[in-house]
Design a protein around this ligand. Structure first.
Ligand SMILES: *Cc1c(COP(=O)(O)O)cnc(C)c1O
Length: 227
């Protein structure tokens, strides 16, 4: 079991090349996370605040200081404060509304680190159960809101999307979602004259190969590692 997790991580890293692997631990125990850490996997993702805090505290107590936590789930405004206090929180992939962004800006002093990287989530598949900005225009407005706070600890870092769940033409549709995200990223870089490339967080266990070929920078994998 242990060596299997290590082997999967090592193979995936080779396959991912320069894209960064985020090991999604929402169905994993802290023992499994430890195994992954010992295999030099340091980026981990969680989609619930409570689970994240519990796991982050355990790892913190064990002295696993290289961990970088990525929050990847829908974040409710009333959980912002708790999330910002999480040890080793590195990035938030799921900024999905201007209202949430404003709440984050209001509470940023709670953040324990010096910089928190933000990914803005775009609903490229337009499936109703998915969170995310519904259009590039709404997204633009949110980004201009963040850029109006240049000294904030919250930094514009990238865009995130999820591939489709219900579709007959899974591969084509996933490809379209990832191409859309990339195109929106390029337009935003131009429009706001951004100096840094907007990182693309896209691809899960069932569609990461497609995301990779569309230029993903961060891939979020759970079952491909831990099942
Ligand atoms: C669960 C989850 C993942 C990982 O899903 P797998 O199919 O297990 O790889 C990636 N991103 C988000 C936002 C998730 O909630």
């Amino acid at each position: 079991m242990k060596s299997e997790i290590a082997k999967k991580i090592s193979n995936l890293k080779k396959e991912l090349n320069s894209a960064k692997l985020i090991a999604v631990t929402k169905y994993s125990s802290t023992d499994e996370i430890e195994t992954a850490y010992q295999a030099h996997q340091f980026d981990f993702g969680e989609n619930r605040v409570q689970d994240l805090i519990e796991k982050a505290q355990v790892l913190e107590q064990k002295g696993f200081h290289k961990v970088k936590w990525h929050f990847i789930g829908h974040l409710q405004s009333n959980k912002v404060k708790e999330l910002l206090r999480c040890p080793h929180l590195w990035a938030l992939h799921s900024v999905d509304s201007t209202r949430l962004l404003e709440e984050l800006l209001k509470r940023e002093e709670e953040f324990v680190g010096s910089e928190l990287k933000l990914f803005f989530q775009l609903n490229t598949s337009h499936e109703a159960e998915k969170s995310g900005f519904q259009s590039a225009e709404e997204l633009e407005f949110a980004i201009s809101t963040l850029l109006a706070h240049p000294t904030s600890k919250l930094k514009l870092y990238g865009l995130m999307t999820m591939g489709p769940i219900r579709t007959e033409e899974f591969e084509l549709e996933a490809q379209r979602c990832f191409k859309d995200l990339k195109a929106v990223g390029l337009r935003l870089e131009e429009k706001f004259k951004l100096k840094n490339h907007l990182m693309l967080s896209m691809g899960m266990s069932n569609d990461y190969k497609i995301a990779l070929s569309e230029g993903a920078d961060f891939i979020r994998l759970g079952s491909a590692i831990f099942k």
